[in-house]
Design a binder for this molecule. Sequence first.
Ligand code: M6R
Length: 610
Amino acid sequence: MCGIVGFVGKQEAAPILLDGLARLEYRGYDSAGIAVYSPQDGLRVVKAKGRLQNLAEKTNGGADVHGCIGIGHTRWATHGEPSDVNAHPQLSESGRFAVIHNGIIENYAEIKEFLQEQGVTFVSQTDTEVVAQLLDHYYKDDMLDAVVKVLHRIEGAYAFGIVCEDCPDRLIAARKDSPLIIGYGEDFNFLASDVTAVIKHTREVSYLDDGDIAVLTASGVAIYDSLLQRQDKARHQVDWEVSAAEKGGYEHFMAKEIMEQPEAFRKTISPRIQEGAVVLDGLCFDRETLERMDKLYIIACGSSYHVGMVAKYTLEKLLRKNVEVSLASEFRYCDPIVTERTLCIVISQSGETIDTLAALREAKRLGARVLSIVNVVGSTIARESDDVLYTWAGPEIAVATTKAYSTQLSVVYLIGLYFARILGTVNGGEYAAILTELQALPEKMEQVLAQKETIQYYASRYFNHESIFFIGRNVDYAVGMEGSLKLKEISYIHSEAYAAGELKHGTISLIEPGALVVALAGHTPLFEKLMSNVVEVKSRGADVLGVTVASRGAAMEKAVDGALIIPDTLPMLLPSLEVLPMQLFAYYVALMRGCDIDKPRNLAKSVTVE
Ligand code: M6R
């Protein structure tokens, strides 16, 4: 939520900030602003409600705002409606400090009251303005000293970028629970929410830790811990190309990312399969350790949670161990039964989702070992886990996740096979069969994606529906949950996913003539059972769009109004194929409804506030 970027160097800052914000816009997009300092104009702030384009127009692409140091922000509103005045940067009353912020200051109301009693006038409804005003309050003649005092006084989560008119050669950055990186260049330096904002200019980055404070000038960066001790922060090289975070000829990032899935899947599994076995470098689990684990606890949010749902079926089947799946937002508050004999598997694309991070910390506090599946290298979840397995999906920009979901699934399969071999819970023949089929999946994914025109046709038939139901059993149900989320997230159609066996316990009362039911029936052991549910909803007038595998295609086609047939695979691996038509269906429906596919209303890519 919210993207922040800061630049100090020898070039004009405003166009660089706007370009950085354009690359961060997926983090929040209800308003944006920049503050740039120049000796002639002082600290100049320009803000605009709505998409970044409005700010670009207001500043003539940045050309009308001069100065070589500045900060920029693209907002996902928490405190105060989206408006020019609530957009960041927020200024202190004296105009000396400008602040950009990602996070929430939890004790802002109390501090605001305190400052108001001192005569300070507030102009916005944001929690961030409190920080700018508090900086004024503590400022004598030392910017860093004022920042440290503010950090001691506030509670909550933050990534800050701060500029002060009295110290026009430096930016200060600080973080707690919200991501922040430093990008290093020759004669310039950056702060940013993530590397996408700086990759065009530099590949050399550091990831700030909680409590870190960084002072950036054009010639260098000094990083301190919360006790103001100098830190020697490791520098990393980003190894992906700028083009990976661009649309590359597609109309939307989501379309590009859907089509990238076979390759991303391949990239994630291939290096980890050697000589007929799964090799997970860096993971040290021996048989004794795994046997001691009495439970696996999977923790995630949103689509990553849906991967967790699939993982429960997969891992229980392969490992014969009890697997629980919890929404990260519930985990902390449900007094979870987690001990040092629990292995927690945390799943997150961004590696920054605040609920998932908080759950990870709670699991560790309770003594669990944490293995995370993460896409963003160097993210907080990756760094705080005992073990991490990266998904090599590359940058995912569309708010609706697709390739991260697919690559997370691929890592789940790898973990299952890896542990099963150590524990001896699958025999050699089964192991080899699963591995062979796993390696065949990318090609089968390509075959499914090649049916995009058929899926587009079904989308054109159903895009005007106001309510769509997804039903399935076992992993089909888990895929239905994901299909339903994709659809509601980007097309704003009301949609629900049900375990098909639950229909008769209430939901079937919603089925009336014309209702659309997407029936997922790829899991062949339960095909007949699911088809009984299809008959039941059809008898009540529903239109049914059925999805199944080739070996059941003819039976499905006879029973439904429209059918999507995907290649056969092992039931365990089915979600990797079956999710693809769900993603494409949601995409085309949203396209036909004229929705803003990559930036759906009210959402942001990375949920860094609770
Ligand atoms: O970055 P994460 O995987 O932790 O994000 C979790 C969810 O916010 C995310 O999957 C969300 O549900 C997606 N927008 C769904 O497409």
